[in-house]
Design a protein around this ligand. Structure first.
Ligand code: MEV
Length: 425
């Protein structure tokens, strides 16, 4: 058997698994059994999953959880989250409760414009190119008429096409910079199809199309979420001190990239979990969010905090390109259910919910970091992972969880307790 293979995608699933087992598994039967264990018994459902991507051999699970009690613009939500990291959902739930008792979250969509570009080179006169562009601009838009018909009926479509001269950055490099409104769909396929049609219609001698592709940087597809409360109600003991420490923690993330990356990673814990649970593209959102965090030339915090008129205010502003129709959102059974749990939101409502999940996560992290430290909560949630790694049974888990209540959890301390429990010394 060879570790290289030809025509793999044409193998049946069983053939793929056998080839993999023969070449890469240490224990063939155990590996095969694991793959089969996670295949769905419902053949139609499994086929649906298989057809999302190529070469499917099983399903990869992450926990699917609910963070209840979120109040957003006065409306209650239970937010579905798909994530493997312990403590993220617990943190979201605690924060929802905390802010629920203080008026809840407010969120608003600031803009919903998406971007796509046709990248091309042209070595002739710029004036000639500009005249050509002006003369064909309407035709370029018309070339997408068939693709945009449905979207236009729903109030979307192409907003504008601009010719951009980028020859200062790269010899002969120009772009058609296109702005889109895609309503409730994320619009990736729609945008890419339009761009390819535009590029085709734009072609002429001397213009060399390099590529046509949407941008995942969407600084005009922005949402803001915020919370605020009287300083006195922030923290029972010494609210002034803790508000000050909290704001300092945000300020540090605004000036120090090493901290800002971790700070924003914590925000993405909440954002990605909801995006994954609703079948949206978390890679696109992450790439766009991090680019936005660097928009003024330095990587900074996506959240901000201040005191104003005796109130503590904390908010997030970030770009989120999301869809509630199309893609996996209505195809993946759990994504569909997530939409139902979220009361079938519009794309704008989903942007608000996701931004709130990010803000909540950052609030929980900063509150822990500036008070007890992060490890207390983290290790408590991590205790179960450690016990599972050590293959503790149900009874052992109960006893050890009881023993570690209020105590610091460490890998070695848990190992020692489990050893004592099993051996009696
Ligand atoms: C861990 O996944 C996320 C945190 O590190 C975020 C933060 O430090 O703000 C806790």
């Amino acid at each position: 058997m060879s570790k290289m293979v030809k025509g793999f995608s044409r193998f049946t699933k069983e053939e793929k698994i056998s080839w993999l087992a023969d070449n890469f598994f240490q224990d063939k039967e155990k590996g095969k059994a694991t793959l089969h264990q996670y295949l769905n018994d419902d053949k139609d459902l499994q086929q649906l999953h298989d057809e999302f991507i190529e070469n499917t051999i099983s399903n990869f699970y992450v926990p699917y959880a609910i963070a209840p009690n979120f109040i957003i613009n006065g409306k209650p939500y239970a937010i579905p989250m798909a994530i493997e990291e312990s403590s993220v959902v617990a943190a979201a739930s605690l924060t929802a409760k905390f802010w629920g008792e203080r008026g809840g979250f407010k969120a608003e969509v600031l803009s919903t414009v998406k971007i796509g570009q046709v990248h091309f080179t042209y070595s002739g006169s710029k004036d000639v190119l500009e005249r050509y562009f002006s003369s064909v601009k309407e035709e370029l838009i018309r070339s997408t008429d068939e693709i945009t018909a449905n979207m236009r009926k729903r109030g979307g479509g192409i907003l504008d096409i601009e010719l951009r001269d980028r020859t200062q950055d790269l010899p002969d490099y120009y772009q058609l910079h296109v702005r889109f409104e895609t309503g409730d769909s994320m619009g990736a396929n729609f945008i890419n199809s339009c761009l390819e049609a535009i590029a085709h219609a734009f072609k002429k001698e001397g213009i060399f199309i390099v590529m046509s592709i949407l941008s995942n940087y969407v600084p005009e597809c922005l949402v803001k979420a915020e919370v605020s409360c009287k300083i006195e109600s922030f923290f029972p003991e010494d609210p002034e001190l803790y508000v000050r420490k909290f704001i300092q923690a945000v300020e540090i993330a605004e000036v120090e990239p090493f901290r800002a990356v971790t700070h924003n990673k914590g925000i993405m814990n909440g954002i990605d979990a909801v995006i994954l649970a609703t079948g949206n593209d978390f890679r696109a959102v992450a790439a766009g969010a991090h680019a936005y965090a660097s928009k003024d030339g330095r990587y900074r915090s996506l959240t901000h905090a201040k005191i104003e008129g005796g109130y503590f205010k904390f908010w997030i502003e970030l770009p989120l390109s999301l869809g509630t129709v199309g893609g996996l959102t209505r195809l993946h059974p759990l994504a569909k259910l997530s939409m139902e749990i979220l009361q079938n939101p519009t794309a704008k409502e989903l942007m608000q919910i996701v931004a709130v999940a990010g803000l909540a996560q950052n609030f929980a992290a900063l509150r822990a970091l500036t008070t007890t430290g992060i490890q207390q909560g983290h290790m408590k949630m991590h205790l179960m992972n450690i016990l599972n790694q050590m293959e503790a049974n149900l009874h052992e888990k109960e006893l050890i969880c009881e023993e570690f209540k209020g105590k610091t959890v460490s890998h070695s301390a848990v190992a020692e307790s489990l050893h004592k429990l099993r051996t009696g010394h």
